[in-house]
Design a protein around this ligand. Structure first.
Ligand code: PHE
Length: 442
């Protein structure tokens, strides 16, 4: 099975798929509101430090484990750990569970973007008056239309993943990622021409360290993890499809660099508009769904910009959901011997049930509270705040302490000695230590 395992066909495929997984709602929806709520420029600098010092080493660890084993996360621990990795493969179960939970709630938010895209095209988004924006959002998310969109997203996701590694995932990513960059740059250029551009950019780029406290640092690290899709085996499964010639460190740095660039461009799109139209930069998660539509309404040709923006968000979400699905699909195929079709059917069926529960938790199921949270919030909290950091910590401990140094060196080569040392140091001490801190502080 391992010998005829698929490979990504080109170097573009490698970058488009990994960046496609990393770039998503995390960059365009979550990053701007986190930056807005945590003081802008100072948050940005700390975020970049987290990406370089912790993010890139953990991406490298996932890449090394994926390519050295040519397996899904469960199989990778089984293959690489001494004595059959019985205990370590539990990290695999954790990753598969986490990616399933994320797929469920992420599809709901992706569904919102689909609705906003359609409303932008039809012009009905602009018909809602400013004061009614919140009520309109609540009535949409509380209704069955929101469930319908969640199912549409899962259906599209199913079709792409069914197409396989090369014809589905790689082909769609190769097509969507360049399109995404064109859309991003067009929207950014438009924002830079707004009268409030200078204030918006100053907010995003001028660091004011007086606002920094431990909460800001923890949010930056959490954001770095979510944005780079770390700790679940996403980068691991994609690396298992790399050819042996793909340079891992360079690919990790490119993925992290482009992912950060997209988050920055998303900030450049949103903050000039926020400052031009007097909105609140610290509006939180509703920044994109409640504040931006009002801003688009006031802009010349606002319907065009809003259509492009929500299309961008939709495409970026899809290239992320396929990577979440591939974690479980590869697991079912490789560990249980299922056909790809059957594995996709199982993955989609579970996601349909859980995704529907998440979608309904804004309406009919809003009273269903588990540990004081709705199903949507519970899945988000368990996956993003517990499973991702825990998985990331265990993956770095495994690659730093358990995995043979020779495997690490062989997969990463050619790599300068000093860089290998720095990377190993981060995997052994800095990454697990820092993650342990966010973990405890959450
Ligand atoms: N990195 C994606 C984003 O920024 C989210 C994601 C998390 C994707 C986990 C895959 C796995 O939106």
């Amino acid at each position: 099975m391992i010998e005829n395992r698929p490979h990504f066909a080109t170097r573009l495929g490698v970058i488009a798929t990994t960046v496609g997984s990393a770039v998503g709602l995390g960059n365009i929806w979550r990053f701007p509101y986190e930056a807005g709520a945590n003081g802008g420029g100072a948050f940005l600098l700390i975020y970049i430090a987290c990406i370089v010092v912790i993010g890139i080493p953990v991406v490298c660890a996932e890449f090394v484990m994926g390519r050295a084993s040519r397996r899904n996360i469960f199989g990778a621990f089984r293959t690489l750990a001494p004595r059959g990795g019985r205990w370590w493969s539990a990290v695999g179960v954790l990753g598969i569970t986490g990616s399933t939970l994320i797929l469920a709630f992420y599809s709901v938010v992706a569904g919102w973007t689909a609705e906003y895209f359609v409303q932008s095209v039809c012009g009905s988004l602009a018909d809602v008056a400013s004061g009614e924006r919140r009520a309109a959002f609540d009535s949409f998310t509380g209704g069955w239309r929101c469930v319908m969109w969640t199912l549409v997203i899962l259906g599209l996701n199913c079709l792409i993943v069914l197409g396989g590694v090369r014809k589905g995932i790689e082909r769609v990513s190769n097509l969507l990622m360049p399109l995404l960059f064109v859309l991003l740059l067009t929207l950014a250029l438009n924002s830079l021409l707004l009268p409030g551009a200078a204030d918006g950019l100053a907010f995003l780029f001028r660091p004011d360290f007086s606002t920094v406290d431990s909460g800001v640092i923890l949010s930056a690290l959490g954001q770095a993890f979510f944005s780079l899709s770390l700790g679940l085996g996403t980068m691991m499964i994609y690396a298992s499809y790399f050819s042996h010639r793909t340079p891992l460190l360079k690919s990790a740095a490119t993925t992290a660099g482009l992912d950060t660039m997209v988050a920055l461009i998303a900030g450049v799109i949103i903050f000039p508009a926020v400052f031009t139209f007097g909105a609140e930069p610290a509006a939180g998660p509703k920044l994109v769904f409640e504040v931006l539509p009002d801003i688009f309404r006031m802009m010349p040709a606002g319907a065009v910009w809003s259509t492009l923006f929500f299309l961008l968000l939709l495409l970026a979400s899809l290239t992320s959901t396929i990577s979440m699905s591939e974690i479980s699909v590869a697991y079912f195929c490789e560990q249980w011997g299922m056909s790809r079709r059957k594995a996709v059917a199982v993955n989609t069926s579970v996601a349909v049930v859980l995704g529907t529960l998440c979608a309904l938790s804004f309406g009919p199921l809003s009273d269903l509270q588990i540990c004081g949270m709705t199903v949507f919030n519970l899945f988000d909290c368990v996956a993003s705040n517990i499973i991702m950091p825990l998985g990331g910590m265990l993956i770095s401990i495994f690659s730093g302490w358990v995995l043979s140094r020779n495997v690490l060196q062989a997969e990463l080569s050619p790599i300068p000695r000093a860089l290998l040392r720095a990377l190993t140091f981060s995997l052994r001490y800095i990454a697990p230590g820092a993650i342990a801190v966010i973990f405890i502080a959450y």
